[in-house]
Design a protein around this ligand. Structure first.
Ligand code: PEP
Ligand code: MN
Length: 338
């Protein structure tokens, strides 16, 4: 159930409604936007008498949430979620943020060279995997925490934020000091124990759509994180598996406006995994911005052809810098900045 409070509702009135909801046996999640507080009640609400809540002082209206995702649904935050990072960078606002870096952190020289390029081109995040989910157990599995430390140093030297993938619960704690945004990879989108644990930390989560997940399943997975009290979730369209073989995955650009309609959470486009092909990344990056993506995630490398993982879809640094100029034009055309 959703209880929308009146604009001028007092804290006492809000507290009284929360108490009444708790008494009715529902879990309460509160969000206070620029003008209004909304209380979402989750749990066994089927037998709760909504009329009773309509009559409480300060309440504007009460309704049942028909979608299976309660906290990720737009009704919880009609104005949309904006996530602000320690250095003031925002995701979900007017500016489209760019996250770029190698698929995997390989060595200090690689990551510092890339960090400089990301900064010079106007990116906000340095990405790089320290723990890599590889299809084969014999492929490079990542440098682990020492690699992540390396990336953090390179990022901070340029004033950039870091984003890196967490594959399992035991990695959360050691990653915390070096990670501004925790990525949950496509293969872990339904690792519910990991999602629950990420609901307990207070750092933003980048949740990638599973390889064969529907949008509803993606939103339900975000609900696992949010129900723990961590509302800072950013969704990511990274392509899904279809019958098409011309590209590695089929990038579902329509997921971007669909998610904006259904949910208040920001959405990121990942044209690198979305296509799996370097020559197609720029077109899909532009398409994602045109469709309303709040950020882009892209793989770049000075020796793209020789990257230890995902080489085929990785852009050269010059290609990335050139693309950033084009993306600025697209962003402006749709009323955003980049
Ligand atoms: C990655 O970002 O390098 C990655 C492994 O992504 P995904 O989980 O989307 O395959
Ligand atoms: Mn990759």
């Amino acid at each position: 159930m959703i209880v929308a409070m009146q604009e001028r509702a007092t804290e006492e009135q809000i507290d009284a409604v929360i108490d009444a909801m708790v008494e009715a046996g529902v879990g309460v999640h509160r969000t206070t936007g620029a003008s209004q507080t909304i209380l979402a009640g989750v749990g066994p609400t089927a037998n709760v008498d909504l009329n009773k809540f309509e009559l409480l002082p300060g309440v504007l209206h009460v309704h049942r949430i028909s979608s299976p995702y309660k906290l990720a649904g737009r009704a919880f935050r009609p104005e949309g979620t904006v996530i602000e990072f320690s250095n003031g960078v925002k995701i979900g606002g007017e500016q489209v943020a760019v996250m770029a870096g190698p698929c995997a952190i390989e060595n200090e020289n690689q990551i510092t060279t890339i960090a400089k390029c990301v900064k010079a081109a106007g990116g906000a995040f340095l990405r790089g995997g320290a723990f890599k989910p590889r299809s084969s157990p014999y492929a490079f599995q990542g440098l682990g925490i020492p690699g992540l430390q390396m990336m953090h140093d390179a990022a901070r030297a340029q004033g950039l934020l870091t984003v890196s993938e967490v594959m399992e619960i035991s990695q959360i704690e050691p990653m915390l000091p070096y990670t501004d945004l925790f990525q949950v990879g496509a293969r872990n989108m339904q690792n519910f124990n990991l999602l629950r644990e990420l609901g307990q930390i207070r750092k933003p989560i980048l949740l990638k759509r599973g390889i064969s997940a529907t949008i509803e399943e993606l939103l339900l997975s975000s609900e696992y994180i949010m129900s723990g009290g961590n509302y800072e979730v950013i969704l990511c369209e990274r392509g899904i598996r279809t019958y098409e073989t011309a590209t590695r995955n089929t990038m579902d650009i329509s997921a971007i406006p669909v998610i904006h309609k259904l949910s208040h959470l920001p959405i990121v486009g990942d044209p690198s995994h979305g296509t799996g092909r370097r020559d197609m990344v720029p077109a899909m990056a532009k398409a994602a911005v045109a469709a309303g993506a709040d950020a882009l995630l892209m793989e770049i490398h000075p020796n793209a052809d020789k990257a230890v993982s995902d080489a085929v879809q990785t852009l050269y640094l010059e290609q990335f810098s050139e693309l950033m100029g084009q993306l600025r034009v697209i962003a402006k055309a749709v009323g955003r900045t980049l």
